[in-house]
Design a protein around this ligand. Structure first.
Ligand code: AMP
Ligand code: MG
Length: 424
């Protein structure tokens, strides 16, 4: 049953087959705050120009630039002040030659004016009191037309698409949508991901494991991964290693968009799962050329896509990162499905004989030899057995050793898939 490395699928081949069968979910309208981290299913259109009117980017005096030519501290230009306009008010006067209007950031540019002189370049800084309407202000520097102005529409033009469909919403996108009056936006739906653990040895985490038993940690860690990548985890509990139990637990998942199981896909367990899936769906078992996590099941159960992950805790979580995460992201309309990868200097010796691609739990840090640059080191986070979960808890990256490379020597550059970024 176990194939040699040459018969196994590569990670890319397995992922491609999974993604081919995963649909993008439908769109839903969501209140603005709820769109954070999600993917826009519509173009965000501007209903107005932004800025909506010419306005000043500085506190200062709106002037006719021509009036200020030749102004200096020694030979100031004296202008008559017509009024004071704060943001939210409209000017009542037109700036005529020899006059100015005192104006605050964001206030509309008065007619007749074509530039703003900031307070710092006027005598307001010495007198420490604003010039009053009817009084005068001394201008100490010349300004050119357009100076300190924000022009109508320089950011956004009414009627244009500002954020295209497919954009991932971050806080700035929330700001843009708010600016354009969107109280709601269309985003792709988050998948409900049902998670089922299988195994006679598993007990709930509030139980004291008896002889031969272990706590079901996978379901909790997998649910956290689902939530982290935007899915809605739904727990199906633990199925015992029997056809009846497995079948009834899996059937409870018809409302799910994706079904994730852990364990029961290694050679010894294969038959029960296969039996159930032959009754209710179709399934392929793959040997993927990776370590940890060689066995992977993929198929559909009552029309719902199912990914069967291996049971060993590290295999299960690492396989999730490679196959389930991209599937969940695709369902939500994401198109960038790969985890970020970097180059790092490997500090340890790695034996990768066996022709599989290894994902080694690693601690990635900035390289102290290059304190000012983005250079990283990667060292193993501990023993690499697929049961050593604490080493994954210590890791912030996975060193990827290609299937074609048998050894990594200390000092060699390695590719690292980042799970989290080190603090800078
Ligand atoms: P299996 O894939 O069923 O052969 O399981 C492989 C290993 O993973 C065994 O040592 C199991 O006890 C362990 N295992 C399976 N499921 C879980 C789980 N949900 N939580 C923790 N360990 C598990
Ligand atoms: Mg088992």
């Amino acid at each position: 049953m176990t194939d040699g490395p040459a018969q196994m699928l590569t990670v890319e081949q397995a992922l491609e087959r999974v993604l081919q069968a995963i649909p993008v979910l439908e769109a839903e309208s969501v209140p603005l705050a709820g769109t954070l981290g999600r993917v826009l299913a519509e173009d965000i259109m501007a209903d107005i120009d932004m800025p909506p009117f010419d306005n000043t980017s500085m506190d200062g005096y709106a002037v006719r630039a021509a009036d200020t030519q030749g102004a200096s501290p020694e030979r100031p230009v004296v202008l008559r002040v017509l009024e004071y306009v704060s943001a939210g008010r409209m000017p009542q006067h037109r700036v005529e030659p020899g006059t100015a209007i005192r104006i605050m950031t964001g206030a509309p540019l008065p007619e007749g004016a074509d530039a703003v002189v900031q307070f710092e370049l006027t005598d307001e800084m010495q007198t420490r009191r604003p010039a009053q309407a009817g009084g005068t202000v001394r201008i100490y520097a010349a300004v050119q037309p357009g100076h300190n102005l924000r022009r109508r529409g320089e950011d956004v033009r009414a009627g244009t698409s500002v954020l295209p469909k497919g954009t991932v919403v971050r806080p700035p996108e929330i700001g843009v949508m708010a600016m354009l009056g969107y109280t709601h936006a269309l985003v792709y739906r988050r998948p409900k991901v049902a998670i089922l653990s299988t195994g006679d040895e598993l007990v709930e985490i509030d139980q004291q494991p008896g002889p031969g038993q272990v706590r079901d940690s996978n379901r909790h860690a997998l649910a956290a991964q689902v939530a982290r990548y935007g899915g809605i985890p739904v727990s199906l509990g633990i199925a015992r290693d029997s056809v009846e139990d497995l079948r009834s637990k899996l059937q409870a998942a018809t409302a799910a968009d994706l079904l994730v199981t852990s364990a029961g896909v290694s050679v010894g367990d294969l038959d029960i799962v296969r039996e159930v899936l032959q009754m209710d769906g179709e399934m392929t078992f793959w040997q993927v050329r990776m370590r940890p996590g060689k066995p992977l099941a993929f198929g559909h159960l009552n029309g719902v896509p199912l990914l069967g992950l291996p049971g060993n805790p590290v295999s299960s979580l690492v396989s999730f990162e490679q196959f389930v995460r991209p599937a969940i992201l695709k369902m939500q309309g994401h198109t960038r499905l790969r985890k970020p990868e970097i180059w790092a200097t490997c500090l340890d010796y790695i034996d990768n004989r066996g022709g599989r691609r290894s994902y080694m739990r690693a601690i990635v840090e900035r390289d102290p030899a290059f304190p000012s640059e983005n250079q990283y080191t990667a060292r193993l986070a501990g023993a690499q057995g697929s049961n050593i979960l604490t080493a994954l808890a210590r890791a912030n990256g996975l060193i990827i050793v290609p299937e074609t490379q048998e050894f990594v020597e200390p000092g060699e550059q390695v590719r690292v898939q980042m799970l989290d970024w080190p603090e800078v």
